[in-house]
Design a protein around this ligand. Sequence first.
Ligand code: SF4
Length: 476
Amino acid sequence: MRSQAMFFQEQAAQKACDPQMQKTLAYVRPLFVGKRKKGLEGLAADGLGFEEMRVACQEIRDRVVDNLDVWLELFEARAQATGAKVLWARDGDEVARLLVDLARQHGVRKVVKSKSMLSEEADLNTAFAAAGIESIETDLGEYIIQLAGETPSHIIAPAVHKTKEEVADLFVAHHGLPRQSDITALAREARGVLRQHFLSADMGVSGANFLVAETGSAALVTNEGNGRMVTTLPRLHVVIAGIEKIIPNLQDLATLMRLLPRSATGQSISNYVSVLTARGGLALDSPVQGPEKIVFVLVDNGRADLLGGEFASMLRCIRCGACMNHCPVYTAIGGHAYGWVYPGPMGSVLTPLYTSLKTAQDLPQATTGCNQCGAVCPVGIPLPELMRALRRRTFEEGLRPWLERLGYKVWAWAACHPRFYHWGVRRAVRYLKWLAGGEAFIRVLGMAPGWTGGRDLKAPPGRSFQELWADRKNRG
Ligand code: SF4
């Protein structure tokens, strides 16, 4: 997917004024935040603390990320031993090329897909369409946005921005069936249409929440039955997964499953947790069900560059979405404004790293520094610190406007010279008080009108904090 992150400011401004988007976001934030809270209460009822589980999950992810080459080789060997094929892709284009080649080699005419953010990175549907291969998204949210020709706005609820009336219109236009206005009826209609695709597809494409090195398996965590249909009905199953998705063993999967669904949807466990392994030496007519062949495509697409560096902790991410559900910026503008596959705080770190810091430089600026994202992340990723590090990089690489860079330089110099700094602050607060003209708020900040474009600035008391503090100390 081509990044549109360079239009972040315009997109964010537009979404912040979009009444439909605002209505959706007002509904989404309390919903997800409340569900996660309830989920963690359930964890506590099991006698487990969030912090201790978070440390355990972080330790599992770090164990892999710190020695990724070793774990990848182990996974490859174990997967091959079960009869699976393992392929490697450097970037999204290579993923698309490999999957189209696989489809052609196996005479595939129709592909069914379950939700995969990597498929969005590789723009897989466009590649299949260009090769004359029909590809159908089967996760309900993904199916809706495929019909609408849009991209996901949330990593676990891709069509959260769509109203049921919009979905009903899409279904009438694409299914040619009588219009339904009830959500259950709409879901039933989609199920009926998708069932025909499951039964006639030759190839299933899924992502993987985790790749289990010990068994050479993919672990899939879903809430709709489509994941199991995609991975078992077609004769060929292709798993596409980032190289960082490895975990050592099934015990670690159980530990991570304590926090993944709770952080994502508040569930103690998702409706379906599947561990998919190739059929090994089993005869094709054995009672074991599943595809004739499994192919794993392990994808780099920028991940290896993070290893051993200051952004390596980002590779711990288990794509739960909790950071965006709690983010005051995401919940004010929604996912599309971020312009690439991953929205919210995790996208503000991943998009500049996986695409280009130059074109995505506004994303890590869009943070209040409140650390809500860092506080809820189930694998302890210090998201605010990573965003700050990216901001430092944009400054060091001279990507920000010259006036902003000059401002930071002056500020840095002043901060290192306390006498000058205090003198400057004293002058500034007196000026701001004068600007308020006796009012409690400043309506327009003359030299930086953007600050007061959407809100008023509280007028300072006319004396700096240091002056007030010194007064208080003198008064004893
Ligand atoms: S950064 Fe943390 S909270 Fe955000 S999606 Fe990844 S694991 Fe979840």
